[in-house]
Unconditional design. Structure first.
Length: 320
């Protein structure tokens, strides 16, 4: 039994609903791996660091059973949980939730490279094969660029790479892209996944825009760098356009840079509820990628995620 089949079940296969469940085409055979959701329980006695009670759309428990009811009928057969808390013990909390639902094929936690306890904590959590890496970027008051001058930080990321784990980077900006360029030079064996790149505001000033384009071009030449086409939707004058034509220019730019082998699907649920329901976001990217043919759509919706995360197959409905 290989690592990806470590937790595979031997019975109870479920039918893959596939992309046609959204009403687009006749292909029912493409499964979906959602590489970006968040879990939290606002009813815990200790509370949660995010979201806050002021977030009306988000402040309710976001747990696997709720996600499964939304996503499974739309063809999602597996998902990767991305951290939503800087509390170290919440890494275990997520792994405990994952143990109870086989739709979760991996988790990305929150640890701080460069801290004295990092390697001990990493060793603790990576013993669980569902733990696939950590996230670090523009969140929780942290800054990747400032840490790259810290030899201990870089050395810890080298340990992460040696363990075969990934680094997700959060909330992209031109400055973060510049830092990722430097990071991939310092730790070239580390797989890096850039989250939510469609949401990044591109500078309008000519020099800054040229620099940003240069960072993207440099990253596009590094095969260990993957990009999530997530947080695609935008609010414009109080409404959220649902037509692919509104987003096509940006999607075409990213597809042209990173190609069909390094783009990943991520819903960003339940954070995506701030824009539109889950199915609307999925329908938009489905329309875009299915227009490029089945082979490209399969890569985006699941095959690339295998290379990027090396996630764990836990259910017969999940592709191999």
């Amino acid at each position: 039994m290989n690592r990806r089949d470590f937790l595979a079940l031997t019975a109870g296969a479920s039918t893959t609903v596939g992309l046609s469940s959204l009403g687009w085409g006749n292909d029912t055979s493409i499964p979906i791996i959602d590489t970006h959701i968040h879990l939290f329980d606002t009813k815990r006695p200790e509370g949660v660091p995010w979201p806050t009670p002021k977030d009306d759309a988000l402040y309710q428990p976001a747990l696997p059973d709720r996600y499964r009811k939304i996503a499974k009928p739309l063809g999602v057969v597996g998902t990767i949980v991305i951290e939503a808390s800087p509390w170290v013990d919440d890494n275990q909390w997520v792994l405990d939730r994952a143990a109870q639902d086989t739709i979760i094929v991996g988790t990305v936690g929150n640890l701080e490279p460069g801290k004295p306890d990092f390697r001990r904590q990493l060793d603790r959590f990576q013993r669980n094969p569902l733990f696939r890496g950590i996230r670090y970027g523009n969140l929780w008051g942290r800054d990747l660029a400032s840490q790259l001058v810290n030899p201990g930080f870089v050395a810890d990321l080298q340990v992460l790479a040696q363990a075969g784990l990934v680094l997700d980077t959060a909330n992209p900006t031109p400055a973060l892209l510049a830092a990722i360029v430097r990071l991939t030079e310092q730790v070239p064996t580390l797989r890096v996944i850039i989250d939510h790149l469609p949401q990044m505001a591109v500078p309008t000033e000519a020099a800054a825009r040229k620099s940003t384009e240069a960072y993207l071009q440099a990253l596009s030449q590094r095969p260990q760098v993957y990009v999530k086409i997530s947080e695609v939707l935008r609010r414009v004058d109080g409404t959220v356009p649902q037509e692919v034509s509104y987003y096509r220019e940006r999607l075409d730019e990213l597809f042209g840079l990173f190609g069909e082998d390094r783009l990943l699907y991520g819903s960003d649920w339940p954070n995506s509820d701030q824009w539109l329901p889950f199915d609307a976001g999925l329908r938009l990217v489905q329309t875009y990628f299915m227009s490029k043919g089945r082979r490209v759509a399969e890569k985006y919706f699941w095959k690339n995620s295998v290379k990027a995360y090396q996630w764990i197959r836990r259910d017969p409905s999940q592709p191999t």
